[in-house]
Design a protein around this ligand. Structure first.
Ligand code: AMP
Ligand code: GLY
Length: 425
């Protein structure tokens, strides 16, 4: 079977790696700009992931039997609709479903409508009204740009001053352009975060094993937010009891909403959770696999991922039984100097093969390019090293052993990935 994968980062490397292990996979094609890890075993179409028409033409001409959409941007711009309209088999929600990620206001209203627990919120487009709301509520809050802002549109504010800054940046300085034309101001919740990803075909919803991301750039959750500096799975904070609650109060009502809103949702829905003094609340939806969560979760999945995707596409998810490796996985991201601000590029990377040769360890590339025989950095997040271990401690030690094999100038990574899970053991 020939497969087309949209997107070219670490998440996509993990997806392609897992799909390549399926016996029916003959060839995987990728879109332009894919990293060197993907290009070492996938074929470049040279087509932009946003160009639905060109992708549909390519897929028809090349007898592509499965298309997997990795990132949110093509989902939010309706690429799944364009491909499905041509009779192609696609994993990813339609444009209506993708609004759950593409508009935070839409997502909050959806959660309210279907009784899904989430922080209280108000919507603003007028800065003066936003400021007076902040004054009335004492300053502590979270300000969120409505639209897609590459993970940068959320400001967790501990004071009135910080909240005013966030209102200025979004509504007045328009640093996110139209994506920040409207904002949400919501209650700041305490607790521990976890990511629950679930497969759905629009009729059935099946959670994957839990994961925890590490959003801040520095150890002990210091410094600015990033796309994610590491992940582990499972997240001990997601106990069996909590899993039941998540199914009942979050995933099933989400599925109900998907059905009632008439979305064509065949793909992955991701609920970012906060578990704390106010119970479990949804901070956000993503309409795709998380990055780096996918790099920690997929190595634990025992099923043939292509079969799972085909079942989803055909509306037969109810027939699928997911099987998991009980061993935990830890993924440590190595990033370029300066990330998440402006970062250096084209540093030579050494040692990837040495790390990948370690037992139960995989290296997923994210921001890399090949120049001749040399592997160079080309993005903020450069690669992720994932290891499985009998305990979370073993997995963690193995992943860091992998990281130590790899070097490039200015490389930085967090040293405390999975520390929260270790503390619970
Ligand atoms: P989001 O993109 O909505 O998940 O927000 C990014 C990050 O901001 C989350 O992973 C949390 O760390 C933080 N955050 C978002 N909403 C809240 C909230 N209501 N209370 C506390 N932290 C939040
Ligand atoms: N790891 C967070 C995300 O994928 O959005």
């Amino acid at each position: 079977m020939k497969i087309l994968l949209l997107g070219g980062g670490g998440r996509e490397h993990a997806l392609a790696w897992k799909m390549s292990l399926a016996p029916q996979t003959e060839k995987i094609y990728v879109t332009s700009g894919a990293n060197a890890g993907l290009l070492s075993f996938c074929e470049d179409t040279g087509i932009d992931a946003q160009d639905g028409k060109a992708l549909a033409k390519f897929a028809r001409e090349n007898n592509i039997q499965l298309i997997m959409i990795g990132p949110e941007a093509p989902l939010c711009s309706g690429v799944a609709n364009v491909l499905r309209n041509q009779g192609l088999a696609v994993i990813g929600p339609d444009e209506a479903g993708a609004r759950l990620e593409g508009s935070k206001i839409f997502a909050k209203k959806f959660m309210h409508k279907y009784g899904i627990p989430t922080a209280d919120f108000e919507v603003f487009s007028d800065p003066a009204a936003a400021r007076s709301y902040i004054e009335r509520n004492g300053g502590k809050c979270v300000v969120k740009a409505d639209g897609l802002a590459a993970g940068k549109g959320v400001f967790v504010c501990q004071s009135k001053e910080e909240a005013f800054e966030a209102v200025k940046a979004t509504l007045e300085d328009k640093v996110f352009g139209a994506a920040g034309g409207e904002i949400i101001i919501e209650e700041l919740l305490d607790g521990e975060e976890a990511s629950i990803l679930a497969f759905t075909d629009g009729k059935t919803i099946v959670p994957l094993e839990s994961a925890q991301d590490h959003k801040r750039v520095f150890d002990y959750d210091q410094g600015p937010n990033t796309g994610g500096m590491g992940a582990y799975s499972p997240a001990p904070v997601v106990t069996d009891e909590l899993k039941k609650k998540v199914m009942e109060k979050i995933l099933l009502p989400t599925l109900k909403g998907i059905k009632e809103e008439g979305m064509d949702y065949r793909g992955v829905i991701y609920a970012g959770l906060m578990i704390g003094s106010k119970g479990v609340n949804v901070l956000e939806y993503n309409v795709r696999f998380g990055d780096p969560e996918t790099q920690a979760v997929l190595p634990r999945l025992k099923n043939n991922l292509v079969d799972v995707f085909l079942s989803i596409e055909r509306g037969r998810l109810a027939d699928v039984q997911l099987k998991w490796d009980p061993r935990p996985a830890v993924c440590v991201i190595m990033a370029s100097k300066g990330y998440p601000g402006s970062y250096t590029k084209h540093m030579e990377i050494k040692g990837v093969d040495l790390a990948a040769a370690l037992p139960d360890t995989v290296v997923f590339q994210a921001g890399t390019v090949k120049k001749g025989e040399r592997l160079l950095t080309s993005g903020g997040r450069v690669l992720g090293v994932t290891s499985l271990g009998n305990t979370i401690k073993d997995a963690c030690e193995a992943a860091y052993k992998g990281v130590e094999q790899i070097s490039f100038e200015g490389a930085h990574y967090r040293r405390d990935i999975a520390a929260k899970a270790l503390a619970k053991n």
